[in-house]
Design a protein around this ligand. Structure first.
Ligand code: SF4
Length: 684
């Protein structure tokens, strides 16, 4: 197009796991408008407010455009050239590795990065730094999905595609405020119900918007997911509604499951969860009565002390009814940001290379060492993100490289996390804006957003899609993949690619599940992995004939109470989550004037009866405190939350909700228990 003409570029929304296809309308290298393509998966013309209006952040005056450096974090930053900044990072990382050993380093990457960037982050960490201390921001959301689904089915990914929602006969939506967190997926749920007559069971402590469409709302006490699902399993077994043929042919450990759930009678389950026993029975019959039953879930399942167990419980439910391995069935996590699936798939985790090849598997280890031309790669799984902070405290971790992630606002108990990060000898942060984490860095490297680079994202249904560079990089910035290559090269390991497509070619060579992916094949609607070879069409449904682990595993699980429940001193239960208009730490979404005109500040939801006891009126400012910190926020009186519970999101830096959260974490994946902690609310 000539410079005065509008050109259109197809790309992918990065804001949530639906991963909508976008059409950017561009003139003079400025994005004027965003629309959707009615012929393109998975959204077929639909977009939510963030996808349509949340694009202006890229031209914000706050964009970082020069590398910033300083010797210690009490000094102000000074601007540096790229040459100086990369040289300093390479020198300090090398010195720290030499002085304290490879495991004194940790890297965190992000779902805001492309697959290629996440792949290079883990390659850099393993090859150049020599450690598996690699994690990504899925640790604070869906890491329990990977742990739980891998234990049950052998693969940590969603089993079915988003299109399958519309043809399901019974939908269970558990711990997902889909309307706000994944709006286009919510449209598919509503279409299934209103147009196609599907039954809807909502499992959620809050009266979320989807409840309006539900046949049954199981409004459980936050943190009692495993007990509730055990209750459903109890009814299914007691009434003989299980799929015996499927259980016999394709699963193991059913007898143990039977024993464990025998204790969860409807009465006992009601006592633990607060859900009336009649509803438990009705929901169990409804789900077990179909062979097109689909489970969709969100962070209300994973962000608990028993988060991985909650995911395994849902898998028990799918396995016992044989609702897996066919269209319109399965168990499907809705990932928070678009590329949560991809950042995990790319091996930005402490124990696996791309597509979950284990670092301690000698064959996988040898294959990667050979391809990357190094004698040896570390075999011991590395530290998960929370373990990295503990290792800083114990003096074992000295340097970190954080790419596109803001744990100083997103992690739980952030006062503690910030204190730990501040003790690092050297911290490098790659960012678009001066985030809370960047403020603690020694070096800040200005990077690019998803309109400014080529690459791929993988959405919640495992669909790998092309991001097309639509506008030039702002002067002074670089792409994350380019920066990682520069640091590696400056440290003596030449890493160089002419284009991100070459990184994808390397991924395909090393990763059997992605062996059939290249950029040419990704044009259009992309490919849903596994894609075994260059003629393979992709795999929208997993576990058709066999599970990746052989047989599906029934995990026998007992209910484990949350780490911190309300008591006399802190009598209210705080649960946290997302809001429609905002995205994560707000650094991008709060820089869109259209969106901020509608929503730019936090309101704490509180039940009118709780507010009356405290003499609080709607809109009034209150002080909210936990054992870890306190903040001030305005209130909204609503019956959305259960009596005794309050709700806050985590999008607004002026209301840093995570000063309150903690101390619980998932027993297996170490994901913070954001959904339950005890607070008190005081009138100011
Ligand atoms: Fe689609 Fe999610 Fe982006 Fe909204 S935020 S446009 S639902 S990908």
């Amino acid at each position: 197009a000539r410079s005065w003409e509008t050109r259109k570029v197809r790309t992918v929304c990065s804001y949530c796991g639906v991963g909508c296809s976008l059409v950017l309308h561009i003139k003079n290298n400025e994005i004027l408008q965003v629309t959707a393509d009615i012929n393109s998966a998975p959204n077929y013309g639909s977009l939510c407010v963030k996808g349509r209006y949340g694009f202006e952040f890229y031209s914000s005056k706050d964009r970082l455009k020069t590398p910033l450096v300083r010797d210690n974090i009490n000094e102000p930053f000074r601007e540096a050239s790229w040459e100086e900044a990369i040289g300093l990072v390479a020198k300090r990382f090398s010195e720290i590795k030499k002085k304290y050993g490879p495991d004194s380093f940790g890297c965190l990457s992000s779902s805001r990065g492309t697959n290629e960037e996440n792949f290079l982050a883990q390659k850099f960490t393993r090859v150049v730094m020599g450690t598996n201390n690699m994690d990504n921001c899925a640790r604070v959301c869906h890491a329990p999905s990977v742990t739980g689904l891998r234990a049950a089915l052998g693969s940590g990914a969603a089993t079915n595609s988003l299109a399958d929602i519309e043809g399901a006969e019974v939908l269970i939506v558990s711990g997902s405020n889909t309307t706000e967190a994944h709006p286009v997926a919510a449209l598919k749920i509503k279409k299934a119900v209103r147009q196609n007559g599907a039954k809807l069971i909502v499992i959620d402590p809050r009266k979320i918007e989807l409840v309006k469409y539900a046949d049954i709302h199981l409004q459980l006490r936050a943190g009692t997911n495993v007990a509730l699902i055990n209750g459903l399993l109890h009814v299914i077994i007691k009434e003989g509604l299980q799929n015996d043929d499927f259980i016999e042919r394709r699963t193991e450990n059913f007898e143990m499951l039977k024993q464990v759930v025998s204790k969860y009678t409807p009465e006992e389950t009601e006592a633990i969860t607060g859900v009336p026993k009649e509803d438990i029975i009705k929901a169990a019959r409804m789900y077990a009565g179909t062979n097109k039953g689909m489970i969709i879930y969100g962070l209300g399942m994973t962000e608990h002390k028993a988060g991985s167990h909650g995911v395994m419980s849902l898998a028990n439910l799918a396995l016992i009814t044989g609702n897996v391995g066919r269209p319109n069935t399965g168990i499907n996590p809705l990932r928070g940001q678009n590329n949560v699936q991809g950042s995990c798939d790319m091996g930005a985790l402490p124990d696996v290379y791309a597509c979950y090849q284990r670092v301690d598997d000698p064959e996988a280890n040898r294959k990667h060492a050979e391809a990357w031309k190094v004698k040896k790669l570390p075999e011991k799984p590395g530290l998960k993100e929370p373990q990295m902070y503990r290792a800083i405290e114990s003096g074992d971790l000295k340097a970190m490289y954080i790419i596109g992630y803001d744990p100083a606002i997103s992690q739980a108990d952030i006062n503690k996390v910030r204190a730990s990060i501040s003790k690092l000898e050297f911290l490098v942060v790659q960012e678009l804006f001066m985030t809370e984490t960047a403020k603690l860095a020694h070096v800040v490297l200005p990077t690019s957003c998803y309109f400014e680079k080529d690459g791929t994202f993988t959405n919640a249904e495992r669909r790998v899609r092309r991001l097309h560079k639509a506008i030039p990089l702002p002067e002074g910035t670089k792409s994350d993949w380019d920066i990682i290559c520069s640091i590696a090269t400056a440290m003596g390991y030449p890493m160089s690619y002419n284009h991100p497509s070459e990184i994808m070619d390397e991924i395909a060579k090393l990763t059997p599940d992605m062996a059939g992916i290249n950029y040419k094949r990704l044009e259009g609607d992309g490919l849903v992995w596994p894609v075994w070879d260059m003629n393979h069409p992709g795999t929208p449904i997993l576990h058709k004939d066999t599970f990746k682990r052989g047989r599906g595993m029934f995990n026998d699980l007992m209910y484990t109470p949350s780490e911190e429940l309300p008591d006399e001193e802190y009598p209210l239960l705080l649960t946290t989550g997302r809001r429609l208009y905002q995205y994560n730490n707000g650094s991008m979404s709060l820089r869109n004037p259209e969106i901020c005109a509608i929503n730019s500040e936090e309101f704490m939801e509180i039940h009118p009866a709780d507010a009356a006891k405290l003499d609080i009126k709607s809109g009034e400012k209150v002080k909210v405190s936990s054992r870890r910190g306190s903040l001030e926020v305005k209130t909204e009186l609503t019956e959305k939350s259960r009596l005794g519970s309050v709700f806050l999101s985590f999008h607004y830096p002026e209301t840093p909700t995570n000063v309150l959260t903690g101390p619980g974490e998932d027993m297996l994946a170490l994901t913070p228990e954001y959904k339950v902690c005890a607070v008190k609310v005081e009138k100011m």
